[in-house]
Unconditional design. Sequence first.
Length: 50
Amino acid sequence: DHQYIQMGKETLSKAWEILNASGWNLEKRRNEDTVHCMSSKGHKIFNWRF
């Protein structure tokens, strides 16, 4: 169980790091909603902001 808890903490920490990283590009804007994207390790990541 300790191993899974540690993996969860590391995953959450990495997700928080990615969400707060610089380098997000505006992909789309509609009214007050925006979609930003960035690439990481060859994958495109999307971040919806309301």
